[in-house]
Ligand binder design. Structure first.
Ligand SMILES: Nc1ncnc2c1ncn2[C@@H]1O[C@H](COP(=O)(O)OP(=O)(O)OP(=O)(O)O)[C@@H](O)[C@H]1O
Length: 501
């Protein structure tokens, strides 16, 4: 079969930053085609070009044999290309159905008739592709990040595209929705569509992709039939080097000292009467199906949700009503939040400013900052986390998604807090840096930090955490350690009431 999409030698620069230098991708209809590469390799830029959001400087693209040179997203959509980006485009004040049909409302002079038609069409779409349960008339602002991601996918599908592009679409999803999306991608390919799938999760890619193309530093370095290539080769292509190992060796560095203790912690009807101890030197995993209280646990500990119950930090009772309470003092708690776009970063500020925002005091004497000390701190952090920025002065908002996440991580590491709350810290991060972050987490634990670690990727919990607390309907369903700490046992505890059995 001839290639349906042919993008040859596409290039794009932003001022002095080369986002793409020589990107080539050839894909057929009826296949799932994975696009892989390190953070900042140029994947998002490439698909933004396909989706008409960004214009290439040079290169040629054909779709179905015709020249494809679109000037805006509407043109791309008209030619059958729909994309779901990492950063969502939905409007909080509208309902699910209104978002899906935004700017494409059915023709009817009556508002109620239009609303009814959109609800029906949405329900039909949801049924056809077996979407997870979301009501078409729900207001978007009431939905979780994962649910919004699902709505974003529905919005793209509602246009019945010939090419559907998914950029890190599973990174915000819990296991169950992830399974759904993997199945959906295969179904769409079976319908004859081309699905371009960007993910940092090789396991997923292996399960659904027929072919893979690998970008490195803005250029295509390899393309394979998935079945004919092993993971190590793909990773070496991505990183330009062999990777030692993803997960660090397991070492138990837990001491007897309790860093954080919660008793009877409740948040609305989402988290009920939770007792949990996190020890010095420990990485305590938190697992649960979407919406079973893990988000509220982190929010309560960081002062971002109203909670009742008692919290002790390093043996002292502590009231946490705001993030400022959480962070304050030498014995604070620092958070890597779920929604990096809205809570983690000041997008217009530079990488340097974002990293040092909460620690300027440290190199300020008598109101004067010491730029040398600041620069050293910033340079060290950029090197340690391998943040790909043109310079420390690049605006955070123009970094690739994964590099933004690294800046948030670095910002947290620069605080004095020794209790770290990591909510899905590797979301959107490439496999090479993931390994480095896990090693860093274990090193921090060995240095006496206490780490609470939620991940939507169960394998990470199994390999990095000392114990895993599984939540179910806002309650503690199990604490698993040793041989019990396995993906199977975590899922079992998350789904079945093991205590009653
Ligand atoms: N508007 C912009 N201004 C300046 N530089 C930009 C802009 N958009 C992207 N870049 C740069 O282009 C490069 C490629 O970024 P891109 O987002 O395409 O990477 P990616 O492969 O999608 O990474 P990730 O896996 O982290 O999402 C990065 O170095 C990024 O900083």
């Amino acid at each position: 079969m001839p290639d349906f999409l042919e993008a040859l030698s596409v290039a794009k620069r932003y001022g002095g930053i080369v986002a793409l230098s020589d990107a080539t991708l050839k894909a057929r209809s009826g296949e799932v085609h994975a696009l892989l590469g390190e953070n900042g390799a140029g994947k998002s830029t490439f698909i933004q070009i396909l989706a008409g959001a960004v214009r290439a400087d040079s290169g040629s693209i054909t779709l179905g044999g015709e020249r494809f040179a679109v000037r805006n997203p509407e043109e791309a959509q008209r030619l059958g290309v729909a994309a779901v980006f990492q950063e969502l485009s939905l409007i909080p004040d509208l309902t699910v159905a209104e978002n899906i049909f935004f700017r494409r409302e059915p023709l009817s002079p009556l508002r109620t008739a239009r609303a009814g038609a959109m609800r029906e069409a949405t329900a039909e779409l949801f049924a056809r592709y077996r979407f997870p349960a979301i009501r078409p008339d729900q207001e978007l602002r009431r939905l979780t990040l994962a649910e919004r991601q699902v709505v974003e996918i529905a919005k793209a599908l509602a246009r019945d595209p010939r090419v559907l592009i998914l950029d890190e679409a599973t990174s915000a999803l819990a296991p169950r929705e992830t399974e759904w999306l993997l199945g959906l991608s295969r179904d769409l390919a079976a319908e004859g569509k081309l699905v371009i799938y960007i993910s940092h999760r090789l396991g997923e890619v292996r399960r659904i992709a027929d072919r893979v193309t690998v970008f490195r530093n803005g250029a295509t370095v390899a393309a394979y039939d998935t079945a004919s290539v092993d993971d190590d080769t793909i990773i070496a292509d991505m990183l330009g080097r062999q990777m030692e190992r993803l997960y660090p060796e397991r070492r138990n560095t837990t001491t007897g000292r309790i860093a954080l203790s919660v008793k009877g912690l409740s948040v609305e009807n989402r988290l009920a009467d939770l007792d949990l101890d996190l020890r010095e030197g420990e990485v305590l995993g938190v697992a649960g199906l979407q919406g079973h209280g893990q988000r509220e646990l982190f929010q309560a500990l960081f002062g971002a949700a109203r909670a009742s119950g008692a919290i002790e930090v390093w043996g002292k009772p502590r009231t946490i009503r705001s993030p400022r309470d959480a962070l304050s003092g030498r014995d604070g708690l620092a958070l890597v939040p779920e929604d990096r776009r809205n809570h983690g970063l000041l997008l217009a500020k530079s990488v340097r400013e974002n990293l040092t925002l909460s620690v300027v005091k440290r190199f300020t004497r008598f109101g004067l900052t010491d730029p040398k000390r600041e620069a050293k701190l910033v340079d060290d952090m950029i090197a340690q986390l391998r943040i790909k920025a043109g310079s420390p002065e690049q605006a955070a908002g123009t970094l690739s998604g994964g590099n933004q996440q690294k800046v948030i991580f670095g910002k947290m590491l620069l605080t004095d807090a020794r209790i770290l709350l990591l909510y899905d810290p590797t979301r959107g991060i490439d496999v090479g840096t993931k390994g480095e972050i896990f090693t860093l987490m274990r090193d921090l634990a060995a240095r006496g930090y206490a780490i609470l670690f939620y991940s939507s990727d169960l394998a990470e919990l199994v390999h990095v955490a000392d114990r895993v607390a599984v939540l179910r309907y806002g309650r503690l369903a199990a604490i698993l350690e040793g041989a019990e700490n396995s993906e199977h046992q975590i899922l079992r505890a998350a789904m079945i009431d093991t205590r009653a059995a």
